[in-house]
Design a binder for this molecule. Sequence first.
Ligand SMILES: NC(=O)c1ccc[n+]([C@@H]2O[C@H](COP(=O)([O-])OP(=O)(O)OC[C@H]3O[C@@H](n4cnc5c(N)ncnc54)[C@H](O)[C@@H]3O)[C@@H](O)[C@H]2O)c1
Length: 473
Amino acid sequence: MGIMSLSQKEVINALRKGKVTICVVGLGRIGLPQAALFADRGAHVIGADVDPAVVECVNSGRSHLLDEPGLDRLVMSATNSGRLKATVDTSLGVEAADFVIVSVPTPISAKRIPDYSQMEEACHAIAKTLPKDCLIIIESTVGPGAVEDFVIPLLEEEAKMEVCVDFGVASCPERADPGGLLRDLTTVPRIVGGINDKSAEIARALYREIFGVEVVVVSDPKTANAAKLAENLFRDVNIALVSEFALLYEKLGIDAIEVIDACSTKYNFMPHYPSAGVGGPCLPQNPYFLIYEGMKAGYIPRMVQMARQINDDTPKRAVAMATMALRRINKKAESSKIAILGVTYKPNIRDLQHTPVEKIFISLKEIGATLKLYDPMFRDEEVFGKRISRSVEEAVRDADCILIGTAHDEFRNLDLDLLRERCNMPAVFADIANISDPSIVEEHGFTYAGIRKPEKSWSLREEEDSLQCTASQ
Ligand SMILES: NC(=O)c1ccc[n+]([C@@H]2O[C@H](COP(=O)([O-])OP(=O)(O)OC[C@H]3O[C@@H](n4cnc5c(N)ncnc54)[C@H](O)[C@@H]3O)[C@@H](O)[C@H]2O)c1
């Protein structure tokens, strides 16, 4: 008897007795930690992924994600117990499943519209063997309405079944943060929207029982997906706002970080900090799901669009800061050696998706600077077509400029005396990640560049001129 034909109490009982089979489609950043946790909590889990290397890795008891604390151990024990198996054949994985959890990529295309091709492929495979009374839960990020208007019609047509009669569908968009997936999955409340009450109720029982988290049930899948997008857009807009503060306050001779820290003492202020820009799989992409749906519905959220433009431009500012500071010590960026420390889109994770540091790297390369890269997450590997140095000291040897791109913990206590010895002094210390105190940096003989030491005389126009002029020289 399928899960959708059971009462909520019976579902909870089945989960407690380990009598449930879950197929997780897409064993990436989101799917693998969940598959391992489901198995750890007693469910039989089949992970399906189109990438044979991922399947082989999981079946040999290893995690292909190297920056999720505890995941390797969990995958190992889940496969050893026989409760987690992986396959490249999604239809085979779905055949005996009570729940199908879909966590395949849903990127934004070059034209900035949602690309659901991998979701479509997954749905075709699921529909082939979809068992009666199964619950399909979409965890991938999709636009509000995409589950109702695209996923369900596709499944119904391919499986020759009717939603709410033969199978259930719910959305439970993923809210966990890379680098802390196992922590977030067991602590952060989930938002569930079912196509009917029964779908929502059974999905709620799953997350509540297995992960022990609060489950917020909303009206339907489109409300759940709208909530997921709204929370990420809220961050994107707020980051754009503080980047605007940083630009303005710099011209007014005010330290923007000092301002934000002071504001944070009020209970209803939520601090966000400027950095090299916004990256990762979600924030740079999620706004376009909403803009796309907005275009179809006849309303484009203007602030969302503007925040994207501002955040996309932020890396330019980092390049301008570094090149202008080099000019102040009578060096030209094109004949300088610049060591970029930190390449990932956020601290302490091994993820380069949409990292703003790549834009900084490309601009500096176009200018003609000689570049060295160092990142503790990619030591001695190739990133942006360049080998990453083995150590900070190796990267900064003879550098005219050190540019901190990502606030990795390792960079919080840099030995500035040692760096000064290795650099080609005078040298610039461009702290784009805002992790250092400008006065300490300057006490060690470096010229500081960054928003913490405002330069009244700079203007955006000058920064742009400086970039153009350096690029065309
Ligand atoms: N990474 C995050 O921080 C995060 C956070 C919240 C939501 N999300 C969303 O979750 C979804 C998954 O993201 P991710 O970061 O886990 O992606 P990922 O790239 O890390 O992993 C996706 C996996 O799906 C597999 N795959 C692709 N097409 C498939 C198919 N047709 N059938 C089976 N497997 C397939 C890929 O081989 C890959 O292993 C996306 O919609 C993303 O926007 C991601």
